[in-house]
Design a protein around this ligand. Sequence first.
Ligand code: PMP
Length: 310
Amino acid sequence: MGILKASSPPPSSNIGVVMSLKIYLDGKLVDREQATVSVFDHGLLYGDGVFEGIRAYNGVVFKLSEHLDRLYESAYTLMLEIPLKKDELEKAVIETLKANALKDAYIRLVVTRGTGDLGLDPRKCKKATLFIIADKIALYPKDYYEKGLKIATVPTIRNHPEALNPQLKTLNYLNNILAKIEATNAGVDEALLLNAQGYVTECTGENIFYVKGGRLVTPPPYVGILKGITRETVMHLAREAGLQVAEEVFTRHDLYTAEEVFLTGTAAEIVPVVKIDNRTIGDGKPGKKTFSLIEAFRRITDKEGTKYSL
Ligand code: PMP
């Protein structure tokens, strides 16, 4: 009722009409109400699939090529065949943005193993399911950037790299979700996850950095993290700004005694952290270096990526 059918002709004018979001699903753009997958899809039954979270800024899809490379790499290790080639997938992302007239957007690109039976054997899934959602970005509260976050170490450790390697961006996010629940229960904004050896890894959906003595430090991928696209970008911007950048294994002690701490991720961009496990970081306010990296980052978001016009 009141739903625009995929077969309905488009309204002649958008004024006063709430357009249904168009979702790219297996080669077609469909209305959100028609964008459904089977209950036998192994993405749903087993979390068997991969995904990317991408952003568009003013008609530029930020680092689209890098996001797609990561998607194909995650899929390769899982022996999951993505039904489109990289250039076709790039076109599909742009097509979805255009169909929704979005210059600024959050894009969720998902590839599941596809429909199979109730067993987990992926050989039963004959074709991957691929969908792309492009929607307005729900920005984080301004306070997060101005006042900084309070985070805490949680009991759940990050997945061991020889179990489900955190470098794979898969649909199985329960490790992160458990950590998020624990952070919420502890009354903080975000969870800090350690690995099995007690070294700092990352947060539930962001990488972590600290600044001390003119050095910017972040954990190396082998401790068990996702190699964030924002992380790579920030390391590059920091080097350009004359900071020494290191990928090092470290403990919570290094964070507690740092001058500045911040998190990075596609949705959050760069967010300062001012308290960790009740220890105040620096003077308890977002740091100067963090702010200048935020500024440098915001200068390039609509420059480094794939341009499109509506
Ligand atoms: N770590 C995890 C676990 C993530 O899910 C993400 C992405 N949301 C990140 C780090 C940040 O990666 P990116 O900068 O590529 O968004």
